[in-house]
Ligand binder design. Structure first.
Ligand code: NAP
Length: 251
């Protein structure tokens, strides 16, 4: 039975979408939850709604990551669950992608995640659970997703390496790999509403269960990986995509 009473759980990007739903679920299981985000107003609003602690911290700044870890250490001591969820998705064809497009995604989704987990390692409890939020894009050839997909593939590799490195401390390291989930992310990817709707219709048809996922359906897996119910699971990735990635046959 899942019970996270008195566990300390950090959810990066917890003011919106999958992070918000996961923070809510972890708190419902009794965890003391800390959410982060870069937008002060939305972090404070979400923290108030969820009854959790909100800390403004931009994953693109190593200084702010240091500050986040220091604040968590001072207020909570050690961490039992670290959900590295914050990320951005911008799309562009490889042929026309700019350096800034590349740097924005890689700085946040790879460098920011890498240094966040690195800086939390000293304050993780032995037996802690680290969970990365990756994406099925890492294994799909979806047009225009080149940098985003590469950023998530990098984290899947990091997931395996870190599972090995932290195993002497019984720290489990896993990834949840969502397919399309209905969150505010789709309004931020640089496509018009019409394009997003068209994209959503095509994707919806490819998903075996014929719908987008809900943030709560990813949160359920995060809750499982965070708990002792997943006590023999490390170094793996759980795909939560309604069957999108197995739907390779056209007819
Ligand atoms: N939705 C999907 O279909 C889907 C599928 C696969 C994977 N994912 C992954 O799921 C994660 C969450 O996405 P979502 O769909 O829930 O989107 P979302 O609602 O847009 O949430 C993204 C979160 O990341 C935070 N964030 C972005 N840049 C940040 C930065 N520099 N520093 C700190 N926080 C930052 C945002 O905070 P602010 O609002 O303060 O910027 C927000 O809380 C991402 O890693 C995404 O790649 C999503």
């Amino acid at each position: 039975m899942i019970n996270l009473t008195n566990k300390v759980a950090v959810v990066t990007g917890g003011n919106s979408g999958i992070g918000y739903a996961s923070a809510k679920e972890l708190a419902a299981q009794g965890a003391k939850v800390i959410i982060t985000g870069r937008n002060k107003a939305s972090v404070e609003k979400a923290a108030g709604e969820l009854g959790v602690t909100g800390i403004v911290s931009d994953q693109g700044s190593l200084e702010q990551i240091d500050n986040l870890v220091a604040q968590v250490k001072e207020k909570f001591g050690k961490v039992d669950v670290l959900f590295l969820n914050a990320g951005v998705a911008n799309f562009s064809p490889v042929e026309t992608a700019t350096e800034s497009h590349y740097d924005t995604i890689m700085d946040l989704n790879v460098k920011g995640v890498y240094f966040t987990v690195q800086k939390f390692i000293p304050i993780l409890n032995d037996g802690a659970s680290v969970i990365f939020n990756t994406s099925v894009n890492a294994v799909l050839g979806m047009p225009d997703s080149g940098v985003y997909s590469a950023s998530k593939a990098a984290i899947i590799s990091l997931n395996r390496v870190l599972a090995r490195e932290l195993s002497p401390r019984q720290i489990r390291v896993n990834a949840v790999s969502p397919g399309p989930v209905a969150t505010p992310l789709y309004g931020k990817i640089g496509l018009s509403e019409e394009e997003v709707n068209g994209f959503g219709t095509v994707l919806g048809q490819r998903i075996l269960l014929k719908r987008f996922g809900k943030p709560e359906e990813i949160a359920n897996v995060v809750r499982f990986l965070a708990s002792d119910d997943a006590s023999f699971i490390t170094g793996t990735e759980i795909t939560v995509d309604g069957g999108l990635t197995v739907n390779a046959v056209i007819y």
